[in-house]
Design a protein around this ligand. Structure first.
Ligand SMILES: Cc1cc2nc3c(=O)[nH]c(=O)nc-3n(C[C@H](O)[C@H](O)[C@H](O)COP(=O)(O)OP(=O)(O)OC[C@H]3O[C@@H](n4cnc5c(N)ncnc54)[C@H](O)[C@@H]3O)c2cc1C
Length: 380
């Protein structure tokens, strides 16, 4: 019996489990293969939905889904956190002490949003990178009656690199609709040397922020956030402060010694095999958890789950696999409530200048929002 263990049952982990269940259905039914997902949460939250929460409520059926309704019945679940990944002994130790042996391992533990990095979360400053923060930001926006809004990216990498600009597009529409635009100054800062690492997307974003009349500052290091003030490269006074807090890898990655200093797992950029001490070639990492220079995005976790599930299934069925990840990325960029555009690139082909924002791409993004759970459930 070959045992496949997936640590983390978020977007990447569930896609991987369901794709493997479909590729290896016969082997699982003959009890030659087993799939186990280690995931402590009993429901998943649709993180891209956090973007909308400050402005409008998405329905609970879009925002939440029980893991049991997403996972193939051919996969088993261990409903507790993994405490240690021991690659030299090919086992995962759960919090209870239970040991789960593996022949193939996929680590899909995502990333941690460090809201404790700056005191005053939810009061002195807000973020929509966690659901509770998105709700608090909605209340703060309702109280906002004009003045200065500062939005700061405090550290990279972070989940969904275009989400700050999508928020600014929605904010622009919101300020217009509420009659506050003329009395509001918006300043965007980022610690990065640019708005986006892809030059054509960067150009598009610079032009778009200028068109909205928003100021922006790059290479802006945030050292402290206090009520009404954000300080670092310079001091900015603000009536509302929004920030992207630092992100890092999960504790289990750090404790197991399989991550870099920030807790991101080094992997081969094509095979997605883990490159850490004790790795045997049978261990993979995907999605936000890796150190790859691609966005931390659900679409990336999806593409990588296809590669890893194919590699494992082919190795079991054929004894070898040549399947490789080509660095594929696709992102929608909302530029307001009614308009969006889309960008894509891979390791070899940089992103082109985005097509003009239109309602068509907004509808496509809406379709993704409303179909994601079915797509995940079917492992498409
Ligand atoms: C505001 C916002 C907007 C976004 N917008 C988009 C977008 O428009 N498009 C897009 O593609 N992406 C978007 N994303 C990013 C997307 O949500 C993530 O990149 C995606 O969820 C990553 O998938 P993952 O499987 O790597 O991690 P996750 O989906 O976060 O799953 C990780 C799982 O690992 C589990 N876990 C953690 N530690 C352990 C442990 N010790 N043992 C067992 N399990 C563990 C967690 O419980 C979790 O279920 C957005 C994110 C945010 C916050």
């Amino acid at each position: 019996m070959k045992s496949i263990v997936i640590v983390g049952g978020g977007v990447g982990g569930i896609f991987t489990a369901n794709k493997l269940a479909s590729k290896l259905a016969s082997e699982i039914r003959r009890e030659e293969v087993s799939i186990t997902v280690v995931e402590p949460q009993d429901r998943q939250v649709y993180q891209p939905g956090f973007l909308y929460v400050p402005f409008k409520e998405l329905t609970p059926d879009v925002m939440f889904k029980p893991v049991s309704k997403l996972l193939s019945p051919l996969a088993k679940v261990e409903r507790e956190p993994a405490a240690k990944i021991d690659m030299s002994a090919k086992k995962v130790v759960l919090q209870s002490g239970k040991e789960v042996k593996y022949d193939y391992l996929v680590v899909a533990t995502g990333s941690v949003v460090k809201t404790q990095a700056f005191p005053g979360f939810g009061e002195a400053w807000h973020t929509f990178w966690v659901l509770e923060g998105a709700k608090r930001l909605r209340e703060a926006l309702r109280r906002f009656n004009g003045g200065t809004i500062v939005f700061s990216v405090t550290s990279t990498p972070y989940k969904c690199p275009v989400a700050p600009y999508e928020f600014l597009g929605l904010l622009n529409d919101y300020l217009m609709a509420t009659g506050l635009r003329a009395k509001t100054k918006v300043i965007f800062t980022t610690v990065a040397p640019h708005l986006h690492a892809q030059p054509q997307i960067n150009k598009f974003l610079e032009e778009t922020l200028k068109m909205w009349g928003f100021d922006y500052k790059t290479k802006f290091q945030v050292n402290a956030i206090e009520p009404g003030k954000i300080s670092g490269s310079e001091e900015l006074k603000a009536d509302l402060i929004i920030a992207v807090p630092p992100h890092g890898g999960e504790e289990v990655v750090i404790k197991s010694g399989i991550g870099d200093q920030a807790g991101w797992i080094p992997v081969d950029r094509y095979t997605l095999q883990i490159q850490a001490q004790g790795a045997t070639g049978a261990e993979y990492a995907i999605g936000d958890a890796t150190n790859l220079p691609v966005p931390k995005a659900g679409s990336v976790a999806h593409f990588q789950s296809e590669v890893v599930s194919s590699r494992i299934a082919e190795e079991i069925q054929l004894g070898y696999s040549d399947t490789r990840y080509d660095g594929r990325v696709i992102c929608f960029i909302l530029t307001g409530f009614e308009e969006a555009t889309v960008v894509s690139w891979n390791y070899e082909n940089p992103a082109k200048y985005p097509p003009p924002p239109s309602r068509f791409f907004t509808r496509l993004k809406d379709m993704t929002n409303y179909s994601i759970w079915s797509v995940l459930r079917c492992g498409l």
